[in-house]
Ligand binder design. Structure first.
Ligand SMILES: [Zn+2]
Length: 318
């Protein structure tokens, strides 16, 4: 509980009551604060009053500037490093996914004749997949900044989330490497399919961890907290991964059975591609979310006591 989190009774009362708290009585704007409505400089005015130019309640501008909900949260030890780490992690996941998808897309474009359908089961490129693995490892390395400081253990849930993230993504990378080895050895398609399914499960576990981390850290960003359309649900992405597994299983089923099951291969392919597209879109949104959170952590909104001058400062009027 270090310096920045000086939570005084004023802040707490703001959290409980979204309207103007009683404790604002006599408070004066003590830093250059520009009216939300018209941009007028409210410096020196009473926090209880209204903007002399446009009549907007000054409290509304204060609340918009301060973000009381974020200031209630525990202080992060190294907000800048956590913000950067989260952003690089989301970016690495997106880049890795694009790298992995690039070659199968190219193969699809190459094989326009129906007999080329079999190619979907050989979509893992030999060395590009390794590059994707390295990118994810680099992202996980950045996520090292989430780790708790020495002697100051984190809350149980986020510790578990970090472990899930690291274990899941590390398993994914390992299984991708195994896949490359299997393909190099030219094992049957079903063997590769199994390796891909196992890798997908690893990614799912990692995303479960990321979901918890985003929920905990994302609360500090008003943009993330209040976004309706732009906030990516990680659980939807886990669903998309389940779709990838389903498509893979359908493809494997079709490959192992007779000609009569040809339609199954096509369906499996469609399911796989739709799920993959959803995953890529989700990852792109996640990068945007990571950027929002990074911005909030690197340039946090000011605390209330930096903007308002309370009469008799520490006295509470609750
Ligand atoms: Zn105004």
């Amino acid at each position: 509980m270090a310096s920045r989190g000086r939570s005084n009774p004023v802040q707490l009362s703001i959290v409980n009551a979204p309207s103007q708290p009683q404790s604002l009585a006599g408070a004066v704007v003590c830093s250059p604060l520009h009216c939300r409505g018209c941009g007028y400089n409210l410096y020196g005015l009473s926090a209880e009053g209204r903007c002399p130019e446009c009549g907007l309640e000054i409290w509304e501008t204060v609340q918009h500037t301060v973000d009381p909900a974020a200031s209630r949260l525990p202080v992060l030890r190294n907000p800048r490093a956590v913000g950067n780490g989260l952003f690089w992690l989301t970016l690495s996941l997106f880049v890795a996914a694009v790298i992995l998808v690039a070659r199968p897309v190219a193969r699809r474009l190459d094989t326009l004749d129906p007999t080329g359908l079999r190619d979907i089961s050989a979509w893992t490129p030999l060395y590009l997949a390794l590059v994707a693995g390295v990118v994810v490892l680099a992202g996980l390395r950045a996520a090292g900044s989430f780790a708790p400081p020495k002697g100051q253990e984190l809350h149980g849930s986020i510790k578990r989330d970090i472990r899930l993230l690291v274990a899941g993504m590390a398993a994914w990378v390992l299984l991708v490497v195994i896949q490359v080895g299997l393909e190099w050895k030219a094992v049957p398609a079903w063997g590769l399919g199994l390796a891909r399914i196992a890798a997908t499960f690893g990614a799912m576990v990692g995303l479960f961890g990321l979901d918890g981390i985003l929920r905990a850290i994302g609360q500090r960003s008003r943009a993330f907290r209040t976004a309706r359309g732009g906030r990516q649900g990680v659980l939807a992405m886990i669903g998309a991964l389940a779709g990838v597994v389903l498509g893979e299983l359908m493809g494997m089923g079709a490959a192992m059975s007779s000609r009569a099951w040809g339609g199954l291969a096509t369906m499996g392919m469609v399911v796989t591609w739709i799920s993959t597209l959803m995953l890529l879109i989700g990852l792109a949104y996640l990068v945007v979310n990571g950027w929002w959170i990074r911005r909030a952590l690197c340039r946090p909104p000011p605390a209330l006591d930096e903007i308002l001058n309370q009469p008799g400062d520490e006295e509470s009027t609750n």
